[in-house]
Design a protein around this ligand. Structure first.
Ligand code: NOJ
Length: 467
């Protein structure tokens, strides 16, 4: 990966927010402590030691301060606040105290909290009672939980993200604790529909009862990739549009225009739920900003399926084949520890411009962007700390952030994923996106990587060099 132009903080508007991001499930640990209820994704953390943010949050706030980071995105674990997921069953005061202490600690250190309300950890009780996201009951329970958060923390929290990566949760997440042998092909679309309604309902609660006095802002964090047509054929271009629609347009189109993308409606027909007029009104415009999680991009061409062997399901429904290379040349270098990420910073620029042009120039924060390194016992800590490749990754992506700003994209901030080498869904601790290495053999001690000094210098403006 070649290093593009070196950048400095002064290349960005003075009110542009630089931050670092994380999530509760991936960092807190302590799934059975402090009265927390279980979540549907807990089996990822049950047998592993994780990184103990629940106990070490004060040290971690110091890590942030040490980098001169002024914004921290973290998530609240719904089952830590409301163990059964239902407000009427009662709140867990120990959980409330934990997040109050964390927020106070951040604010006391001059760090603004960006709070995600739902980052994959659905209370198990809701899955057991009504299959979680597959039921419209989810909308009311999520709204009550969100409202509790606004009421309890909104005096200090001015940036709310309702839901993280709804596409990931709708496609992979809602069934985590269930085995569904012949999963109906409607399920992801029902789950997504309820996510959209829950998001919009929480935004309404915030706008009706809290925003006028608390004066914060609220949005959602979607995942996006840039899809490049493999060749010049219109079919490849149409495939790129369908891939976008099924990943990101699925959520942004309703939020901006009140309805699903045309391609989804045309392909899915009655497998796609519809919004009532009242719902449409609630959903349309239900954001103050769009959060964008960007890591990688793909080429596209149509997926050819003969009419007899078309198994319906989210993947095939799109009729898209995504590819990582063209004529044998990869779209970008494969990231060190993760075969899903091919480094393509230009894609971030394309996505940002597309958001501006196709979605009425919304306010945007990049809520995640980061680089995974391989982790295993044969890699010495000293080696893991030399993460020049992450510095290059961040610099190169920031080049496109700056380009987007010069093109009039209404971009207000950029968050690096992640503060620590934390638990990655599906990969555990075999990869690390962290700016800090966490030593599992030495009381989870945090070791700053080289990227920490780079980021600190960048934010402080004292140097733009990565060496
Ligand atoms: C997106 C998710 O929000 C986060 O939980 C995950 O760790 C990163 N991407 C990296 O895969």
């Amino acid at each position: 990966m070649a290093l593009m132009k070196e950048l400095a903080r002064s290349d960005f508007p003075s009110d542009f927010k630089f931050g670092v991001a994380s999530s509760a499930l991936q960092t807190e640990s302590a799934p059975h402590e402090g009265g927390r209820g279980s979540s549907t994704w807990d089996y990822f953390i049950e047998d592993t030691p994780a990184v103990q943010f629940y106990h070490k949050y004060k040290d971690d706030v110091q890590c942030l301060k040490n980098m001169n980071i002024e914004n921290y995105r973290f998530s609240i674990a719904w089952p830590r606040l409301i163990p059964t997921g239902k407000l009427s069953d009662g709140v867990n005061q120990t959980g409330i105290d934990f997040y109050n202490n964390l927020i106070d600690e951040l604010v006391a250190n001059g760090i603004e909290p960006f709070v995600t309300l739902f980052h994959f950890d659905l209370p198990s009780a809701l899955q057991e009672e009504y299959h979680g996201l597959l039921s419209s009951n989810f909308v009311e329970d999520f709204t009550n939980y969100a409202d509790l958060c606004f009421k309890t923390f909104g005096d200090r929290v001015k940036h709310w993200i309702t839901i993280n990566e709804p596409q990931v949760f709708a496609v992979y997440g809602y069934k985590m604790s269930l085995s569904i042998p012949d999963e109906p092909s409607t399920h992801p679309y029902i789950a997504a529909h309820n996510i959209i309604l829950a998001h919009a309902s929480a935004v309404k609660a915030y706008r009706d009862s809290h925003q006028p006095t608390q004066k914060g802002e609220i949005g959602i964090s979607v995942s996006a990739q840039w899809f490049l047509p493999l060749g010049v054929m219109p079919a490849d271009k149409h495939a790129a549009q369908r891939a976008w629609d099924f990943m990101t347009g699925w959520f942004l189109d309703p939020l901006v225009s009140g309805d699903y993308p045309f391609n989804m409606k045309a392909i899915l027909r009655d497998r796609l739920p519809t919004f009532t007029e009242e719902q449409e009104e609630m959903v349309k415009g239900s954001f103050d900003f769009i959060g964008l999680n960007y890591y990688t991009s793909r080429y596209t061409k149509p997926l050819k399926l003969s009419s007899n062997d078309v198994p319906t399901g989210y993947e095939n429904d799109q009729y898209v084949q995504t590819l990582t290379e063209k004529n044998g040349v990869p779209i970008g270098e494969q990231a060190g520890g993760f075969d899903a990420i091919f480094v393509y910073p230009e894609g971030l620029g394309e996505v940002l411009l597309h958001l501006k042009l196709a979605y009425n120039n919304p306010t945007i924060y990049i809520t995640e962007n980061g680089y995974p390194q391989k982790r295993n016992s044969s890699i010495a800590i000293e080696t893991a700390l030399q993460d020049d490749v992450r510095i290059e990754f961040l610099q190169n992506h920031l080049t496109y952030v700056r380009k987007a700003l010069s093109e009039g994209v209404n971009l207000k901030g950029y968050f690096v994923w992640s503060l620590l080498d934390n638990m990655e869904m599906g990969s555990g601790y075999t990869i690390g996106f962290g700016l800090h290495y966490v030593d599992h053999d030495d009381d989870f001690k945090r070791h700053p990587k080289k990227s920490v000094s780079w980021l600190k210098n960048f934010i402080t403006g004292s140097s733009s060099s990565s060496s």
